[in-house]
Design a protein around this ligand. Structure first.
Ligand SMILES: NC(=O)c1ccc[n+]([C@@H]2O[C@H](COP(=O)([O-])OP(=O)(O)OC[C@H]3O[C@@H](n4cnc5c(N)ncnc54)[C@H](O)[C@@H]3O)[C@@H](O)[C@H]2O)c1
Length: 306
């Protein structure tokens, strides 16, 4: 199968590309390397260094004729979305629209879209299932949700099929540990540099940490399964930031130095997503154990931070 992956030089996209190539697919990567890295690019993927908002994207689709597009490229920082909402919308909304136009004109069969738990906002109940109200707290949440509406419209108008995967907190090797990467990447990076861990608030806030390999497998399942489907990709398990610190301590055999600061304004206290729909319609279940995943993530940062 021929698959085009946007954001294939980024954290999640590059793992998806590795899995696709491992499964024998022909892969085309579109990425502008804004946060992605050249070293993440798979040598057997055909690479186009272009922006997803560029009209030349339709030429890439016309030339490469992908059967499916997996759309990971995005402005993925909540903070940037607050300071520059227009730039965020341009990439996340207009960039996705540009991709949908390119896909439907080239006769692409399906788009698999990386959505986010950020679309739900403050949880009204836990675990959050897909029937939970959509009430984003940030421009990022709004710009990740809007493309879901376009996907549904393009399916109705042109029969372009889609699966939108709402990821929980994804962690694993290659996540950006210096910027605003998830807390796992930030902690792993700091531990490898011998720095203490800074916790915002009391550390009892919980998140649903899903390993990037599980996320990549969900994307591969979505190539063939799921039609006009929106589903959560998560473990359904809550892990507090304090538990994360304990797991890191168990992995390293050392108690890390920790400091507690004020809670971040607007931070959600507890977040956990129900994954029954993905289990049912994608025949997917998360299999990676958190402790093993943390060990692997630490090994990655130990290699890259020297
Ligand atoms: N990491 C998470 O926990 C998480 C959670 C929910 C949803 N997501 C979504 O998953 C997707 C991948 O996120 P990630 O964590 O791998 O981020 P990332 O920043 O590592 O990857 C994004 C990739 O897209 C590329 N890109 C950005 N803007 C582009 C543009 N205009 N044109 C072409 N390429 C562009 C970047 O260079 C990068 O390679 C994003 O859509 C994000 O919103 C991530």
């Amino acid at each position: 199968m021929r698959v085009l992956v946007t954001g294939g030089a980024g954290f999640i996209g590059s793992h998806i590309v590795d899995h696709l190539i491992g499964a024998g697919a022909a892969v085309v990567v579109v990425d502008n390397l804004s946060t992605g890295r050249e070293e993440n690019l798979h040598p057997r993927a055909q690479f186009y260094n272009i922006d997803i908002t560029d009209p030349a994207l339709s030429e890439v689709f016309a030339r490469e004729q992908p059967e499916v597009a997996i759309h990971e490229a995005a402005q993925a920082s909540v903070d940037i979305s607050v300071t520059s909402p227009e730039a965020d919308a341009e990439t996340n909304i207009l960039g996705t629209l540009n991709l949908l136009e390119a896909a439907r004109t080239a006769g692409t069969r399906k788009v698999v879209y990386a959505s986010s738990a950020a679309v739900y906002g403050e949880p009204a109940y836990l675990p959050i299932d897909e029937a939970h109200p959509v009430a984003p707290l940030s421009p990022y949440g709004a710009s990740k949700f809007t493309p879901e509406l376009y996907l549904a419209a393009y399916r109705r108008l042109y029969g372009l099929d889609y699966v939108a995967l709402r990821y929980a907190n994804v962690y694993g090797p290659r996540q950006d540990a210096l910027g605003e990467g998830g807390v796992v990447a930030v902690f792993a990076g700091r531990l490898c540099r011998g720095e203490h861990l800074e916790i915002h608030g009391d550390g009892n806030q919980t998140r649903d940490f899903v390993h990037v390999e599980d996320v990549a497998r969900a994307n591969l399942k979505a190539l063939e399964s799921g039609t006009a489907l929106v589903c959560n990709i998560s473990t359904g398990e809550p892990t507090s930031v304090n538990e994360l610190v304990c797991s890191f301590a168990a992995v390293t055999g050392r108690e890390p130095a920790v400091s507690y600061g004020p809670a971040r304004e607007g931070d959600i206290r507890h977040s956990r997503l129900d994954n029954l729909r993905a289990r049912r319609y994608l025949d997917w279940t998360p299999v990676r154990d958190l402790k093993e995943g943390l060990e692997e993530t630490l090994r990655f940062y130990a290699k890259t931070s020297v």
